[in-house]
Design a binder for this molecule. Structure first.
Ligand SMILES: *Cc1c(COP(=O)(O)O)cnc(C)c1O
Length: 458
């Protein structure tokens, strides 16, 4: 079937409006050509992130009314805990207000200055939390991850040999734990195979290093395993997720992704000693262990979201949407990262706009063109976000210049995506006329959020 049939119908609507092209141009100028500084109301279709931007189901909205807001021992916590235990198999579950709080607790309790923490690719908040306590996060993505056109099914895998070398070089004593991020967000939402997770765990077991799963998109990863890994085609997403978690010692989760909730997270583990450390750190930072920085009603919504995300129809629809956009972009000729990941479509801005040098930010040029052309908000993931620069003004570009279109969960319909494809086609026709940008102002950290740009030659 060519048509994507959303496995839901709409009961409550949220208006979106399209402002005129002139108004979009003016809004972008007022935002210093940085889409992070736009008002959301001025964005017709907002694909900035898939984090916390999903729509809740009627079951989730109804469950909000059941929220038990007791400070200690709330019934909502019991329901939340029981779902997380069922999916992850972990004995101890602690809610946090979002994923990075769980990272902060892990870093504060298990990492000492000079420790090495390997991962397939650390997400930026994970990296920052580890560095903050003096840890040294290292990335070991599989070799094919940098090749944007390679069609390998599991480009999110960890490079086993590189991990082995790392353990030999630093020694297991220097490595408090190893991480795997599913799906590999910073690597384009690429999945990790069960075979890879198993092999990493076996290697770590030989030297007694625990495995921590950063599991924000565990169900999207399970869906890829079901579709691409032999032996899993007839298994349920829940069974695949349970097997995945059976290799983990600790699970970190941002429920703003595969929790299908607007806020929330958790840290879960099997080790009673670690749990005590986590709990004490949680009480100091987040709150009492039965609410952990969330309202009781949030725990209710997450408990339901974690089950809904494992529904086959939902995942089929979600991956169908992403493949649909990708297929049409390819027909237009837009170079995208292959194969498409689980939560976004990534455009290769360097290949799209070869006349704009990396340090004139081709990604920003493409992002801004999508906004002016059709009110679509995307995000640059290139030299602005990942490049290196110093106070003297010396700048090194990132290795890739990508533009990400992240798809919020259960929010937009096929006609929204058809519109996106039309806008992309118009931008593509005008690509030779697009110009680069210069940075007029940049803060010391995270310049992509608040940097101010100016078009070159205007
Ligand atoms: C979003 C995300 C996090 C952090 O979660 P927040 O809820 O945004 O704090 C950590 N790791 C990965 C892979 C993520 O995608």
């Amino acid at each position: 079937m060519r048509t994507i049939v959303e496995p839901f119908r709409i009961k409550m609507t949220e208006p979106i409006r399209m402002i005129s092209r002139e108004d979009r141009q003016a809004a972008l100028e007022a935002a210093h050509y940085n889409v992070f500084l736009l008002d959301a109301a001025d964005c017709h279709i907002d694909l900035l992130t898939d984090s916390g931007t999903g729509a809740m189901s009627q079951q989730q909205w109804a469950a909000l009314l059941l929220g038990d807001e007791s400070y200690a021992g709330s019934a909502s916590f019991k329901r939340f805990e029981s779902v997380v235990k069922d999916i992850t198999g972990m004995n101890y579950v602690l809610p946090t207000h979002q994923g990075r709080a769980a990272e902060g607790i892990l870093a504060a309790t298990r990492v000492s200055k000079g420790d090495i923490i390997p991962n397939n690719t650390h997400f930026d908040t994970t990296r920052a939390n580890l560095q903050f306590v003096g840890g040294k996060p290292l990335d070991f993505p599989s070799g094919c991850a940098q090749d944007l056109t390679s069609n390998e099914p599991f480009k999110g895998n960890m490079d086993l040999q590189a991990l082995k070398n790392c353990i030999t070089e630093y020694g297991a004593d220097k490595i408090p734990f190893c991480m795997i991020t599913i799906t590999n967000n910073a690597g384009g939402g690429q999945p990790v195979s069960m075979a890879n997770i198993k092999a990493v765990k076996a290697l770590l077991d030989e030297v007694d290093i625990p495995l921590v799963l950063d599991a924000c998109r565990f169900s999207e990863n399970s869906f890829f395993i079901k579709k691409r890994e032999p032996g899993y085609e007839d298994k349920s997403l829940l069974a695949i997720a349970q097997e995945t978690f059976s290799y983990a010692d600790v699970v970190l989760m941002s429920c703003k992704k595969d929790g299908l909730a607007n806020i929330g997270g958790f840290i879960a583990c099997n080790n009673a000693t670690w749990e005590v450390d986590f709990r004490n750190s949680l009480i100091m930072r987040e709150g009492f262990p039965t609410y952990g920085g969330l309202a009781g009603r949030d725990l209710e919504a997450i408990a339901i979201g974690l089950k809904e995300v494992l529904d086959d129809d939902y995942q089929t629809y979600r991956h169908g949407v992403i493949s649909y956009i990708a297929k049409h972009f390819e027909e237009i000729g837009v170079p995208i990262v292959q194969p498409v990941g689980g939560h976004a479509v990534f455009i290769d801005a360097k290949a799209s706009l070869p006349h704009i040098p990396a340090l004139a930010y081709p990604g920003i040029s493409l992002v801004n063109a999508l906004y002016v052309e059709g009110g679509i908000r995307a995000v640059e993931m290139g030299s602005v976000m990942f490049g290196q620069w110093d106070a003297a003004g010396h700048e090194t570009p990132a290795s890739l210049e990508l533009v990400r279109l992240a798809i919020p969960r259960r929010v937009y319909t096929q006609s929204h995506f058809d519109y996106l494809i039309e806008v992309m086609e118009k931008v593509w026709q005008k690509r030779d006329a697009l110009t680069g940008y210069q940075l007029d102002y940049q803060p010391q950290y995270l310049r992509h959020f608040s940097g101010q740009f100016q078009p070159i030659g205007e």
